[in-house]
Design a protein around this ligand. Structure first.
Ligand code: IPE
Ligand code: IPE
Ligand code: MG
Length: 237
């Protein structure tokens, strides 16, 4: 019996978030350029999104590029990543459309070249009526800058501190009050969140795997969902 047939379709996480880590180690292991690792990682994303959609996952949020990556990776690697993002956003537009995906971008994209920003806008617009699955891509994303931005927006609109509550903060995050991730997966063997969805992760189940992201297959997603289905979410009970 394959892993999928064991999945209880009535208990599939509504929102899965993934820290897609391990691309450069994968490239090194295969004696390839790190760019190839990132490219293979983009292929994993496509196939995982497809399986998530089939299983009825409503939101898939993926960490593709952090605000720390922007400060700490070389200019050359950032150029390679920008080229790949552009490729994905433009060349996969039709594909994403056919797969019924809506697109959301989390993070400060103003730092990216104009052509990438325009491509993002166009793709988001084109896909906005799709309902099968929402794909959120975190680009130049950091959870702390996200919270700082939310605070600024709230300070500009809300004059009475007693109006501030959890719902208002959630709505002002880049995820706009969307359902919080039920399951957060990190590939690549590290056991940390690296500034990803800190507010939204308060009751997420965490799943860590040593599999490097470019090797992560649909079966690996199934395994993570099966593990999720074994967990008892108590929410403090
Ligand atoms: C994840 O893979 C992708 C990005 C952070 C852009 P890495 O590039 O971090 O690869 P490793 O973790 O060094 O192998
Ligand atoms: C986290 O991976 C960010 C992304 C996957 C985009 P990193 O490789 O940047 O995280 P650290 O440096 O191991 O914490
Ligand atoms: Mg890494």
């Amino acid at each position: 019996m394959s892993e999928t047939t064991k999945i209880d379709k009535t208990m599939v996480p509504e929102h899965i978030a993934i820290i897609m880590d391990g691309n450069r180690r994968w490239a090194r292991e295969h004696k390839m350029h790190r760019r190839d690792g990132h490219r293979e990682g983009a292929k994993s994303l496509e196939s995982v999104m497809e399986r998530a959609g089939d299983l009825g996952v409503k939101i898939l949020t993926v960490y593709a590029f952090s605000s720390e990556n922007r400060l700490k990776r070389t200019k050359k690697e950032i150029r390679e990543l920008v080229a790949l993002m552009k490729y994905f956003i433009i060349k996969k537009r039709k594909d994403l459309f056919q797969r019924g995906a809506r697109l959301g971008i989390l993070g400060n994209v103003k730092i990216f070249p104009d052509d990438l920003q325009q491509a993002i806008d166009k793709t988001v617009r084109l896909l906005k009526k799709n309902e099968r699955i929402k794909l959120n891509i975190a680009l130049n994303y950091g959870a702390r800058p996200e919270i700082v931005d939310a605070m600024k927006r709230i300070m500009n609109t809300c004059k009475d501190p007693s109006e501030i509550n959890e719902e208002l903060i959630s709505k002002n995050l880049y995820t706009h009050g969307e359902h919080d991730p039920d399951l957060i997966i990190r590939t690549g063997g590290e056991h940390r969140l690296s500034n990803f969805l800190l507010w939204q992760a308060s009751y997420s189940e965490l799943y860590f795997t040593n599999v490097l992201w470019p090797d992560f297959r649909q079966d690996d997603l199934d395994r993570a969902i099966l593990e999720f289905q074994k967990r008892a979410r108590r929410y403090g009970q």
